[in-house]
Design a protein around this ligand. Structure first.
Ligand SMILES: Cc1cc2nc3c(=O)[nH]c(=O)nc-3n(C[C@H](O)[C@H](O)[C@H](O)COP(=O)(O)OP(=O)(O)OC[C@H]3O[C@@H](n4cnc5c(N)ncnc54)[C@H](O)[C@@H]3O)c2cc1C
Length: 492
């Protein structure tokens, strides 16, 4: 049977000799924003029930604003109909779809007060899954359709920051491949993610754990590659010699490494997601936004989603494991790759540094000063590695990063989650975004396949997708970013 551990696997049964079991202590999570409405305007309410929690917010003056804003919307619609752009016939054919109405607006920036309101067919939107993908697209949908009277509902099994791969991620945000090459759309990714993190930080400042990280090396060939990275991207990457790395990271046996900064960060992802959800509520002026906790939709997604005019499927591995999509993961160019990590107590060991150090595996700080995260396994098999095997694999691959910690630290807990890992293509592992098949809903979109690039890619691809949804136009998106068609071609 398929193993489906989602988040926490307490390290109760580890009996490796060098392992000193610690008490299992959950990460002290930041406050959950909706129910306690901290930092939010007072005219917002939270309505909760036991099985299905809905937290709804609707500013009192929204009705008046909506009526007022309707005038420019109609004017804008007429003006845009007058200048229909020519569509790309080849692309239409490739997509095998009927011709869609032209884009009324190309918007990749947020609307300010007084801007005209986008004409959108997405009036009543469901986003299934509120991890990095779901919250990014939700925030950017709300931001771009301020005043458009959109109703957006995030349907998730869990509360914000409490489910999926996003909650067990290492939190490393940088735009480089393991060999120090800039990944496809890496700079844009860093820019948009940084913008979203800045916004979320207003509500949850603790979500940024460090504003730099260290990519060290232990081989000569990597020295060459990484010094080239430092020469090519001096704004982001600074080469440090062995002594400097040893002083900062406590890693004695490196050959040097890169300090990555100026936007590269370590994020506590659960806290970030809570902040981003609060930002969604702030960005919803003239719209309505709900977070609906629903554990038991099971196979009946079609009827559950029938009340919405637009649906975005963004539930990570849940799309496949919970059979939300009728297709199996193997029908997509993607696979489920389990990742297990160890949260360790440092026991205030002298000489233990608390910086994020990366070299294949990583050691990263956590919210609690005396805890460090060591991650993560890449497991392709159905059966999960045992706790001992996780310990051994991570120790073998990261001992040199933090010897003191491995020798004297104690395990707080082992976490586990699944990456939806897309197949490697011309541009590495690209996300899967675009229109979904109409099996469950005839106006549905897909945002998944973030692989291990969730932090660098969730912002920029959420930006692109939210514009396409508002315009109800996949073709314009594919004209501007033809590479996003990759997964449909592979599927065909
Ligand atoms: C161990 C590990 C470490 C990682 N480290 C990093 C890192 O350092 N940097 C980085 O950039 N990326 C990292 N990643 C990758 C990153 O976590 C993912 O790319 C990203 O979290 C994917 O986001 P998502 O929103 O697509 O899916 P998820 O984060 O899985 O979110 C899915 C959401 O859908 C909900 N859901 C699931 N099933 C259902 C259902 N049936 N009904 C309703 N809701 C449902 C879940 O509760 C969750 O909220 C790591 C991944 C793992 C596993």
């Amino acid at each position: 049977m398929r193993e489906r551990t989602n988040v926490i696997e307490p390290a109760k049964r580890i009996n490796t000799p060098m392992l000193n079991l610690g008490e299992i202590r959950p990460i002290p999570a930041a406050h959950f924003g909706i129910l306690r409405s901290r930092n939010l305007p007072t005219n917002r309410t939270g309505v909760c029930s036991t099985k299905r929690i809905e937290c709804t917010m609707r500013p009192v003056r929204a009705q008046l604003i909506s009526a007022f804003l309707l005038l420019p919307t109609v004017a804008s619609l007429v003006a845009n109909i007058m200048r229909l752009p020519v569509r790309n016939a080849v692309l239409h054919q490739a997509m095998g779809r009927r011709q869609r109405p032209p884009a009324n607006h190309r918007r990749h920036a947020s609307l300010g007060e007084g801007d005209d309101v986008p004409s959108t067919k997405a009036n009543n939107v469901a986003v299934v899954g509120g991890g990095l993908a779901g919250l990014s697209v939700s925030y950017q949908l709300l931001e771009k359709s301020r005043g458009a009277n959109m109703q957006l509902t995030i349907i998730d099994k869990n509360l914000p920051g409490e489910g999926g791969a996003s909650t067990v991620a290492g939190g490393l945000l940088h735009p480089f491949s393991p060999r120090g090459k800039l990944i496809h759309m890496g700079m844009k990714g860093l820019e948009v993610s940084s913008r979203l993190i800045d916004i979320a930080s207003k509500y949850e400042p603790e979500c940024v754990l460090r504003d730099k990280l260290y990519r060290i090396t232990q081989t000569d060939s990597h020295v060459e590659q990484l010094t080239t990275t430092a020469d090519t991207y001096p704004d982001l990457a600074t080469w440090l010699d062995q002594n400097q790395i040893s002083k900062i990271c406590g890693t004695e046996h490196s050959l040097g490494g890169l300090e990555l900064s100026n936007g590269c960060k370590i994020i506590h992802v659960p806290t970030y997601l809570k902040g981003l959800w609060m930002a969604c509520q702030e960005a919803s002026t003239g719209n309505t936004v709900n977070w609906s906790v629903e554990e038991n939709v099971k196979g009946d997604w079609k009827s559950r989603l029938s009340e919405f005019d637009t649906v975005v499927f963004a539930a990570g591995s849940g799309l496949f494991h919970d059979k939300i999509l009728r297709n199996d993961a193997h029908e997509f160019p993607a696979e489920m790759v389990r990742g297990q990590s160890i949260e360790m107590h440092t026991n205030e060991l002298e000489g233990t540094r608390n910086e994020a150090v990366l070299c294949g595996k990583y050691v990263a700080p956590m919210v609690a000063q005396d805890q460090i995260l060591i991650g993560a396994t890449h497991e392709y098999k159905t059966e999960a590695l045992s706790e001992d095997e996780v310990w051994n694999e991570l120790k073998n691959r990261s001992y040199e990063l933090a010897p003191n910690l491995w020798d004297h630290g104690t395990v707080a807990r082992i976490t586990s989650g699944y990456r939806v890992q897309s197949k490697r293509g011309k541009y590495g592992r690209m996300p899967i975004i675009g229109r979904s098949s109409g099996d469950i809903h005839d106006n549905s979109w897909l945002f998944t396949g973030l692989s291990s690039r969730g932090l660098i890619y969730h912002g920029v691809f959420g930006d692109i997708l939210s514009s396409a949804i508002i315009e109800n136009d996949e073709l314009s998106m594919l004209e501007e970013y033809p590479d996003l068609h990759w997964w449909k071609q592979k599927k065909e």
